[in-house]
Design a protein around this ligand. Structure first.
Ligand code: AMP
Length: 612
């Protein structure tokens, strides 16, 4: 595909005012692409150069990008930097300058997707002396041949920020539109879906059937994506072999599985009522790790499926020694333990291990232990559909005794009183609470079902749990805060059903002065001149931003609100009362707290006994 065509599609998506329009445009784009290029198109549309878990980056900061834009168009770097100050987006600067080139390249050729991708791939992989100059050269070579609209998107790629707001669910929905006709040919499925529609009125049946088919296709794609987090690869399978190709997508060591998530309930009675006899485990406050072993090769993925292997050498060594199989995928929580007292360090200590430099030094100072709690694969055998009870037994057999990995502590019980006592002891030990696990449940990738239920301590006058919200806009500082350029944040939670971000709170407290400056810098780079298509808000901030960053907030309670749109029904939504920022979260926006969770937390807060 010519890159110009792709850039025009990106432009249409940028102009789209609704999520539905965005999905339809993407479906049209995917229909035009072939199997070889579709993966690349998907990575580029999300500002990536590979599947997110690989974490391949261009290694070009703003300064190099500006230099490349200047070089390609015959301007000085200062001209570009001035334009950046005025327009706030190097993409817009590149677009403008490409329309007013001071110098024409001797050689310019038509760009196609393959060429653009190939150059960026090289840019990401060059190393050593002279690599910066080579990066600029490869980048400028593309801009030399680019029309203004192409230049705009080419210049946005190296910073990983396309400003299009395309999330994974939108991509999967677009495929579901295109592949519905294939499923329609499957008589068995159609008979099954039609039988579910018997009760519906005749005239409604056709649209309902269409909707159900689309849903089914979407579920088929998502099921595979959950065990194989590479939408680019899945897309090329779909283009090449259609839905049938999905049958061969398997769980693979080295490719992350989307983690299962915990539900909440407010008491141990409710937990036992819901899942009966369960394994109740201590809830450790550290990093969630998915550890993949394939021969001597060990990979560690974070909860957000980022590759963190190089940061935790002691876990890599521990996994090599203690995992007693050729290949395996296990999961656990890693945290620093004070060897002298036998106590767990608080999260503030463990988090110091997330760093790019002085890794070995810190690993000696605060070595981590991994408390393993699940196993999804052993020697090529997929255990995800096996009952948790059996997986746990397999895990016990798999892990040899050693210094780094041990199994989580827990009790099997169906007695709320006994579980309460276990909860109290865990809290005394400095743990966060407990997680009860359904002994019969499968490993549910990427979803929050009642396989796991968490119970955390509630503090006086606070919601028992924090909320992860997405920043969708900000307010310029007033009064003392004028100097920071930011006075507060407009935040939202995620509506899974609609794939939209709905406003829930204005957050102005808990942000230090340094943090305000840092946030303003980060957010101004993703500002948007209009409300992003997937944002739904009753409040208009001074500046809209693409939903990208997630922060953790605590609040006193959840209240009904006429202004916010989260969970809105009959003119009333939900809001956080006295929200305060606690920390940054490295989550994807779609992994923020969902509207459904907010509704549950709202109901729960009425029951919770406040403890001292
Ligand atoms: P939350 O992040 O509050 O929704 O709680 C779920 C998280 O608790 C998981 O993602 C894990 O990182 C963490 N966790 C700590 N201990 C355990 C455990 N024993 N089993 C499962 N998850 C645990």
């Amino acid at each position: 595909m010519e890159f110009k065509k792709l850039a025009n599609y990106f432009q249409k998506i940028e102009n789209a005012s609704s999520r539905l329009d965005m999905t339809n445009i993407l479906a049209e784009l995917f229909a035009e692409a072939d199997a070889k290029e579709i993966g690349k198109i998907i990575y580029l549309s999300q500002g990536e150069l590979s599947a997110a878990y690989v974490g391949l980056e261009s290694g070009m900061g703003e300064s190099l990008i500006a230099e490349g834009v200047a070089k390609a168009n015959g301007y000085s770097k200062e001209d570009v930097e001035k334009g950046y100050k005025d327009l706030g987006d190097l993409g817009l600067v590149a677009e403008k300058l490409a329309g007013n080139k001071k110098q024409r390249a001797l050689f310019s050729s038509k760009l196609d997707v393959e060429k653009v991708f190939a150059n960026f791939y090289k840019i990401a992989n060059v190393e050593g002396g002279g690599s910066q100059q080579l990066k600029i050269k490869l980048f400028a070579e593309l801009l030399n041949s680019a029309s203004p609209v192409e230049a705009k998107f080419i210049a946005r790629i190296p910073a990983g920020n396309m400003r299009l707001g395309i999330g994974d669910p939108t991509i999967m929905d677009a495929f579901a539109i295109n592949l519905s006709d294939e499923l329609r040919k499957n008589k068995k499925v159609i008979v099954e879906l039609e039988s579910e529609l018997k009760e519906k009125k005749e005239e409604k049946r056709k649209t309902e059937l269409d909707r159900k088919i689309k849903f089914r296709v979407r579920a088929m794609i998502e099921e595979k994506y959950n065990i194989h987090s590479d939408l680019g690869e899945i897309a090329s399978i779909l283009k090449g072999k259609g839905l049938k190709g999905l049958e061969n997508v398997e769980i693979t060591p080295g490719i992350p599985i989307r983690p299962t998530l915990a539900e909440r309930l407010e008491s141990t009675e409710k937990i036992v009522e819901k899942i009966g006899k369960c394994l109740v485990e201590a809830k450790y406050d550290g990093f969630r790790f998915q550890v993949h072993k394939k021969g001597e090769e060990v990979t560690i993925f974070s909860r957000q499926s980022e590759n963190m292997t190089h940061m935790f050498p002691e876990i890599v060594e521990g996994a090599k020694k203690q995992i007693n199989s050729k290949s395996a995928i296990i999961e656990g929580e890693a945290l620093a333990l004070d060897e002298h007292t036998g106590q767990y360090f608080p999260f503030q200590v463990t988090i110091q291990r997330k760093r790019k430099y002085d890794i070995d030094e810190k690993a000696k100072e605060f070595p981590l232990k991994l408390f393993a709690f699940d196993v999804m694969m052993v020697d090529g055998k997929n255990l995800m559909d096996t009952a948790f009870e059996k997986r746990r037994a397999a895990l016990k057999k798999l892990i040899k005794k050693g210094d780094v990995i041990e199994l989580t502590d827990g009790i099997v019980s169906d007695n709320p009183k006994e579980i309460d006592e276990y909860f109290e002891t865990s809290i005394e030990k400095g743990l966060e609470g407990i997680i009860a696990k359904d002994l019969k449940a499968k490993y549910i990738a990427g979803a929050r079902k009642f396989a796991w239920i968490k119970l955390k301590r509630s503090y006086k006058g606070e919601l028992s749990d924090s909320v992860d919200v997405v920043i969708v806009g900000y307010f310029k500082g007033r009064g003392k805060r004028v100097q920071f350029g930011l006075g507060g944040l407009l935040t939202a939670v995620y509506d899974e059903d609609e794939d939209k971000f709905k406003s829930i709170a204005k957050v102005g407290t808990g942000i230090s002065e340094d943090k305000m400056v840092e946030l303003e810098k980060m957010l101004s780079k993703i500002s948007s001149s209009k409300k992003p298509a997937r944002v739904d808000s009753g409040i208009e901030p001074d500046i809209w931003v693409e939903p990208k960053y997630v922060i953790e907030v605590r609040a006193d309670e959840i209240t009904r609100s006429p202004t916010h749109t989260a969970g809105k029904k009959n003119d009333e939504g939900y809001a956080l009362r006295f929200p305060r920022m606690i920390s940054d979260r490295t989550k994807k926006p779609e992994e923020a707290t969902s509207v459904k969770e907010i509704l549950k937390m709202y109901k729960m807060q009425k029951h919770v006994q406040v403890e001292d």
